[in-house]
Design a protein around this ligand. Structure first.
Ligand code: SF4
Ligand code: SF4
Ligand code: SF4
Length: 177
């Protein structure tokens, strides 16, 4: 019942990216990407990018999300209350928007402008939730450096080059093979 409408919201953003990528794929054969199955959300993606604002952002696979009232990607362990007070948010920049859907479900949307790619929400969601939040290199920002400095600093070898015409490794699809 929560189904198709909500999932559609998730696909809008990624569809927009695909347009940008179609142009890039003509000039580049491969691009850097994070395998979300290997990422351990260590925090390096926020700090090792050559760009002042990291090219890595959080992405949400809505089809995998439980729409939990107590989202462990949104709330810190043992929150004071289940509301959107700053003291109850795990995200250091307030980049996750929590919206009531219907009792007892809530939707969580990433405000990409605010996301710094720190992975705190990813870690929380992986630890106790469905793992629907994950990190991806956003190719509308990435410079596609010959040697990605985050890849060099990644402790879990989660970075690899992917074909430019299939530039995302999305959870909940067959693109993480
Ligand atoms: S916790 Fe970190 S990775 Fe998650 S949305 Fe906030 S800034 Fe982005
Ligand atoms: S390739 Fe360069 S710009 Fe892209 S994520 Fe890595 S360091 Fe950042
Ligand atoms: S550096 Fe590697 S393990 Fe750390 S957050 Fe980035 S992709 Fe994940």
């Amino acid at each position: 019942m929560l189904g198709s409408g909500l999932r559609g919201i998730g696909l809008v953003g990624l569809g927009g990216i695909a347009g940008v990528l179609t142009n890039r794929s003509r000039v580049r054969d491969t691009l850097w990407q994070i395998d979300p199955q290997k990422c351990i959300a260590c925090g390096n993606c926020a700090t090792y990018c050559v760009l002042e604002e990291s090219a890595v952002k959080c992405v949400h696979a809505y089809a995998m999300c439980g729409y939990c009232e107590l989202c462990t990607g949104f709330f810190p362990p043992e929150p004071q209350a289940l509301n959107t007070g700053a003291e109850n948010q795990l995200c250091p920049t307030g980049a996750i928007v929590r919206t009531f859907v219907e009792d007892p479900y809530f939707e969580y949307t990433i405000d990409e402008k605010l996301c710094i790619g720190c992975g705190k929400c990813v870690k929380g969601c992986n630890a106790f939730g469905n793992g629907s939040l994950f990190l991806q290199v956003r190719h509308d920002r990435c410079l596609n450096c010959n040697q990605c400095s985050i890849a060099a600093a990644c402790p879990s070898q989660a970075y690899r080059r992917v074909p430019a015409d299939r530039p995302y490794l999305l959870k909940g699809t067959d693109h993480t093979e």
